[in-house]
Write a protein of this length. Structure first.
Lengths: 405, 405
């Protein structure tokens, strides 16, 4: 048994949260002074347990076990959204640190060791998953010269502070035999079901459309109902039809959202000439996404046969990323051995594991988010749940070390 | 037969449209230099036909037939919305001028004459129907000290330019036995039915509500559909239910509109915590408005029984104003005598006649709007339709003079 030290784990998470502390949360956006300081602190902690730790020119921190040729890679990211929470990706990184430390303390040796990683800018302050995409060799380097933050800061300028760091660290498929990423759920399901561990089946794909209806502005008092070309009414019907029909087409975990809606000209007494909304839907199965898209486009075409013309323009398209079921089974077994009945669930949000899973067997594990909250200073998880999650991941790692040896 | 002069009528309308001409339309908002100049020009035209013409301190222009103790009052307003059309209320005023002129030219005398009026600020640059409300004695004078235009100009300051004009002109119920207001339809019905005259049964009442749904913002990827409190979905359903049920509750002329709709926080990947829309509905029958309101409030209450709370706050409530059926019959007869099959219809927009009808028998007559356009520089009516409309109103006036004598 690989026993992790819960008190030390929580203490390290607390120490890390002091970098960029903001009220009860953390403001540690990628490549900020606080982010870089936190990464240097992490390098120090990794060196304490005799890992070769480096930070590369994009801010990726990598702790390499020098005694082995093969390793389980454990980690996530330590950058946050503005005014974010203290756990998020930091949890998965400190789990990696604690499990590597526990492994070293156990005094055991094996041909397979543990590498630890904290990827840069997962949150996309400049470029979403900058670090993991670079690590996996799928980043278009030209994007780094043009990327800017929402406030207009250039990525290239922020990176110049790291010009003297290590060359870019790349995934070594011969060495890293598996990737394990733990993360808070960022949703309400584990808490609602009283479960402590979620084993992620896959990261959902996302399809997003900007839907525009074009009719005609008319006086809302003098134009009889039958003579209107009401863009709003057309989109209201489309939204309600989506709400009614998607459950019949999608799977049990399919989700969708109309998050923006605007009318023009936007006056109480003018029939709207134009209505615009965004619809996005997510699922782990491409076939499900295809079926939803086909249906929706069909409804758009039908709606367009009337006086109002409707158009749906795709604005985002992210493919689903399946997780390794073998690694998932190891997590499930470990959770059961620790007394939990783990929940098999999709990840509705994106993570670094999206890119890793295309390269090497990868798995993700969730622990509960209190109230489902995340990306906010109220984000939290009970200490006991944090500790249990780490023990589960440690147990799974131990088994995988034996299996890959 | 009282014969109007069509060429002269069109020429006067064209001359009037030169005051504040803007491209193919007119920009002559109330109390602007152009509006006052146009009103002084109108006073001159009224004096040419020996009417006692004055402009009062609110800008109302009144032409009094000095030879009689009783009169049919004919008119409307000569102010426009910004970048409006050349007809709108100007039409009804110049109809009054032309009919009074034709009456004088006919050399006939009767105990009942014709007074002509152009009310001030019908369009509400400062205060909607300022002139007709003052004329009818139902204006709260305190409002004139606080009213401001959308651009922040104070009504009191604009009125100071008229400080030396005549004292406020009031309706004299003993004298003005009826009010006739002609106006462009501002809608598509006459054109669509090939009709040249619309006889207004009443001016619709308006009820307007701000409807707010309050749910909870959640991550649109990680929150299962069943655990959401989606404010947008709730209002979409309410809007569609309104669209489906109102036709069953309202009358054939009932109209309604959802003209504004907003979501918060308004991001594609966030379940909306709040949704807000305005619903207004119009009808000439108070009982119909009551029935629509009862049903809608019932649906709001039903919707509120779920996780999302919905509230409907009334923001406008204007009572319907019935027109005199006796005067309407005179218009109908005159239209038929001129070869038209007039359409009996409500006015979906407000007019000065709303206030007059509460004091003396009043009627409104519409002529077609090309493409239903109004309050825009594209507003227009065929010259022949303008002339025909004036002849119809003249014939009706002639009959009413005989009847009230």
């Amino acid at each position: 048994m690989l026993r992790i030290n819960g008190g030390r784990l929580i203490a390290d998470l607390r120490t890390l949260s002091a970098f960029g502390k903001f009220q009860t949360g953390v403001d540690r956006v990628a490549l900020s002074i606080e982010d870089i300081e936190a990464r240097r602190w992490l390098c120090g902690k990794l060196r304490e347990i005799a890992l070769d730790a480096t930070m590369d020119r994009y801010g990726n921190v990598f702790g390499r076990d020098p005694k082995v040729d093969k390793a389980i890679l454990i980690g996530s990211h330590t950058d946050t959204v503005p005014r974010g929470g203290w756990l998020d990706g930091a949890l998965g990184v400190i789990y990696g640190l604690e499990i590597a430390r526990a492994w070293r303390e156990s005094g055991r040796t094996a041909p397979v060791g543990i590498d630890v990683v904290s990827f840069s800018d997962e949150e996309g302050t400049y470029l979403p998953c900058l670090g993991s995409r670079s690590f996996c060799g799928v980043l278009d380097e030209r994007d780094t010269t043009t990327a800017k933050s929402k406030t207009g800061a250039a990525l290239a300028e922020s990176l110049s502070a790291l010009a003297n760091e290590a060359p870019l660290i790349r995934l070594d498929r011969e060495r890293q035999v598996a990737f394990l990423e733990a993360h808070i759920e960022q949703g309400p399901r584990l808490e609602a079901s009283g479960t402590k561990v979620g084993v992620v089946t896959g990261i959902v794909g996302i399809r997003r459309f900007r839907v525009t209806a074009r009719g005609q502005a008319d006086h809302a008092g003098t134009t009889p109902m039958g003579m209107r070309k009401d863009a709003a009414a057309t989109l209201f019907n489309l939204a309600v039809r989506t709400e009614r029909e998607f459950p019949k087409i999608g799977g049990p975990d399919t989700v969708w959202n109309v998050g923006t809606f605007a009318l023009h000209p936007g006056a109480a007494n003018v029939v709207p000439s134009q209505a615009e909304m965004t619809l996005e839907f997510r699922d782990t199965a491409s076939e499900t996404l295809d079926a939803l898209e086909r249906s929706f486009i069909g409804w758009v075409d039908e709606a367009s046969r009337g006086q109002v013309k409707v158009e749906a323009v795709p604005t985002a398209r992210i493919a689903p990323a399946a997780m390794s079921s073998t690694l998932g089974a190891a997590l499930t077994e470990a959770a059961i051995a620790n007394g939990d009945k783990p929940l098999s669930m999709p990840s509705g949000a994106g993570h670094d594991a999206m890119f890793l899973t295309a390269q090497i067997p990868s798995a993700m594990m969730f622990i509960p988010s209190i109230g489902g909250r995340s990306h906010d200073i109220t984000e939290n998880t009970a200490d006991a749940d944090i500790v249990l999650g780490c023990q589960v991941l440690a147990d799974a790692t131990e088994k995988l070390i034996a299996r890959f040896a």
